[in-house]
Design a protein around this ligand. Structure first.
Ligand code: NAP
Length: 276
């Protein structure tokens, strides 16, 4: 059976590579991006439908969720892949710190708004997290907006830890209704994801010599694709965190169920979700 696979952040990098590979494997891919020309170009190259939303604006995420619900009777896989590392601390128009909103809160909202469709489809929800959760997070559940402590790296590490905590809580809350969730580190992948950041991050990902040390985009895309095509409970464990297509270690904070629950509750309050 052909699967319907929705990939956010599919206008470029890992998401675009995964979209092309999954299309080539015969799946029905739905390309979600922010930049209209880039998104259309990826979608048209594979004859896929495409939709736009800037995750720094939660009303656009709400609109995206309503369009996806209307257009697609099944969603077998939702890949929450949009994200990146940014520079100075900036607030979105919703009043949240940008790294937190784009990497975590927008995907949290999109998933929740699609929840009934995902449950009906017994879907897999994939979060593109990062080894940065282990290396750079200084997570404080009482400072999700980085008001007390902010650097671009810590905000990014925290957001990628939030991807893992969200994955675990999603699996815990809805696993018995057939939903599966997994987070993964794609590798240090040659992409434009640090283009809006500064210092070492920007240098590493934009300097032609340094970026030769990075792994090709297609490898990152294939790791996303492996999870999308895999069978939860057989190829990967729901609620787990993978790297290189196998379970991987990350910060012990990711295993704290209370933290996962508190993050869910605070995120739900921020986006005014009804209590479930
Ligand atoms: N590259 C790495 O080494 C690496 C390592 C670990 C994890 N990751 C994660 O992998 C994911 C994909 O990144 P990538 O490496 O493929 O980088 P990329 O080529 O820059 O792709 C990032 C994607 O996210 C989208 N995006 C960024 N900000 C957005 C916003 N405000 N609203 C909606 N979409 C937005 C981008 O859209 P535009 O085309 O409009 O910019 C693009 O489609 C990210 O979550 C990143 O954190 C990357």
């Amino acid at each position: 059976m052909t699967r319907t696979i929705v990939i956010t952040g599919a206008s470029d990098g890992i998401g675009a590579a995964a979209a092309r590979q999954l299309h080539a494997a015969g799946e029905r891919v739905v390309v979600v991006g922010r930049h209209p020309d880039k998104t259309r170009a990826v979608a048209e190259s594979i004859g896929a439908p495409w939709h736009l939303a800037d995750f720094a604006d939660l009303d656009q995420v709400r609109e995206l969720a309503s369009v996806l619900t209307e257009r697609y009777a099944r969603i077998d896989v939702l890949a929450n892949n949009a994200g990146g590392i940014f520079g100075e601390r900036t607030l979105t128009r919703d009043g949240f710190e940008q790294t937190f909103q784009v990497n975590h809160l927008a995907g949290f909202l999109l998933t929740n708004l699609l929840l009934e469709r995902l449950i009906e489809s017994r879907a897999s929800v994939i979060q593109t997290s990062s080894v940065a959760a282990q290396r750079f997070s200084r997570f404080d559940i009482d400072d999700l907006q980085g008001e007390r402590r902010y650097t671009a790296s810590t905000a990014y590490g925290n957001a990628k830890l939030e991807n893992i905590l969200f994955t675990k809580e999603l699996a815990r809350r809805f696993g018995d209704r057939g939903l599966s969730a997994v987070a993964f580190h794609p590798g240090a992948i040659a992409s434009g994801f640090a283009g809006s950041s500064r210092g070492l991050w920007r240098w590493m990902y934009t300097n032609p010599l340094a970026s030769r040390l990075l792994t090709p985009t297609e490898v990152g895309g294939a790791r996303l694709g492996w999870l999308a095509l895999g069978t939860p409970g057989v190829d990967w464990r729901s609620g787990g965190y993978n790297a290189k297509n196998r379970p991987a270690r990350t910060t012990p904070l990711a295993d704290d169920p209370l933290l996962a629950r508190r993050l869910w509750e605070q995120s739900a309050d921020m986006v005014a979700l009804p209590t479930r």
